[in-house]
Design a protein around this ligand. Structure first.
Ligand code: AMP
Length: 394
């Protein structure tokens, strides 16, 4: 069973269903950051050059109400794609309709079809047959290039490709899989992982897998307080998941048993409350006094973590070290981005906030790989596969 890249598929004159991640931030109908659109261009351009008749599909945000639907239309994306590709983008209002089929029949060379936000169709997330069967009626070739969605068994990710014989991945997923396979298969010791962000609960399963893979796990962000609480350390008013403390204890124990290192912050930047940066001060040690909350890792932790990162064979980073959206609390996160950039070996940033931090710090070119999907890259590392990628193997 092999995973084919788009370059191995015959596209000439074929109806191609191309699942992309065009989930860009919008404000009042204006695209705030078109990185994802730009990233999708090589695969779309390749398909155009090879003479495919293209139907593009993507989700956008999480529409729930009718009002959301107005704000989460792919219309601005259609316009931007049209400008960038110099083609006419025909937006089909109802992804489940027969309109694409009719349009494909008379589709001109300088036209491509874009289905409206897939999540306007309830059946997308429910992976309903009624929806993917419609698409299968006109899809001759299926290509997935939406890595960030490939861990989800949705109709456009899993349902449709199950029904299509000629299928594969676009350039973005190809690169993701190649890089993440290097982590899974390679021996790039010492392998260290830096995890941060708000919640332990989101990352429990990946931490459990990492126990077997990493030499050192370093924890920062609000997640760290749940671990510190598990040690019995005072964490003041910091964000904590009380119901996960027992899991944190269990994880600490398992790292110990395996002789692996699990490092927690040894000092913090603390404030009386999130919106009072003028009250910020540093702690001496790992404990946080009552009346204060941790908002970033402190300088001693930065120093320790940065040294380990710089000297490792391979680093994987997911999740910020503090509330980095506020510049007063962003030092730790940016210092980690710098440390990764200074490591000459394999450095991988797993999407979301950490990718944004690396980009904001100007280091995107100095790390080996910035994954487009946080959740998807973690799940790939955990399972060694994703439903949306497995289904393409034939
Ligand atoms: P996640 O989606 O779990 O990776 O979490 C990312 C969020 O965690 C970001 O919006 C950060 O602001 C937040 N975060 C990181 N550190 C802290 C902290 N010390 N206290 C509260 N929120 C934090």
């Amino acid at each position: 069973m092999a995973l084919k890249s788009i370059e191995e598929l015959d596209l000439k004159g074929k109806n191609l269903f191309l699942r992309l991640d065009l989930n860009v931030p919008l404000k009042n109908g204006v695209i705030k950051d078109d990185t994802r659109i730009l990233a999708a261009l090589p695969t779309i351009r390749y398909a155009i050059d090879k003479g495919a008749k293209i139907v593009l599909a993507s989700h956008l945000g999480r529409p729930k109400t009718e009002e959301d639907k107005k704000n989460l239309s792919l219309q601005p994306v259609a316009e931007r794609l049209g400008e960038l590709l110099n083609v006419e983008v025909l937006l089909v209002a109802e992804p489940s309709s027969d309109a694409p089929k009719a349009l494909l029949n008379g589709l001109k060379k300088n036209q491509i079809i874009l289905l409206e936000n897939l999540r306007f169709e309830e059946s997308e997330e429910k992976n309903k047959k009624s929806l993917f069967e419609k698409w299968a009626q006109y899809t001759e070739v299926y290509v997935n290039d939406a890595f960030g969605s490939s861990h989800r068994a949705h109709a456009s990710i899993v349902g449709l490709p199950q029904m299509v014989k000629t299928k594969g991945v676009g350039f973005l997923i190809k690169k993701e899989v190649d890089m993440l396979d290097k982590i899974l298969k390679g021996n790039h010791s010492p392998f260290v992982t830096l995890l941060g962000g708000a919640k332990v609960s989101d990352k429990i399963s990946v931490i459990e897998t990492l126990v077997n893979k990493v030499d050192t796990l370093m924890v920062g962000g609000a997640m760290a307080y749940t671990f510190l609480a598990a040690h019995g350390t005072n964490i003041g008013n910091s964000l904590v998941e009380k119901d996960k403390i027992h899991i944190a204890k269990d994880i600490i124990e398992r790292f110990k048993l395996r002789g692996k290192e699990l490092l927690l912050p040894i000092d913090h930047l603390i404030v009386e409350s999130f919106d009072k940066p003028h009250t910020a001060k540093l702690t001496d040690g790992e404990s946080i006094p009552d009346g204060f909350m941790g908002v970033d890792i402190g300088p001693k932790t930065i120093d320790t973590y940065a040294k380990i990162i710089k000297n490792s064979g391979m680093v994987f980073w997911n999740g910020p070290m503090g509330i980095f959206e506020t510049s007063d609390y962003s030092k730790g996160t940016f210092a980690m981005a710098k440390a990764l950039a200074e490591n000459p070996n394999l450095t991988i940033v797993g999407g979301g906030d950490s990718a944004a931090a690396v980009a904001m710090a100007g280091y995107s070119d100095q790390v080996t790989h910035v994954s487009t999907g946080g959740g998807a890259s973690l799940e790939y590392l955990e399972q060694g596969q994703l439903p949306g990628i497995e289904v393409l193997k034939c």
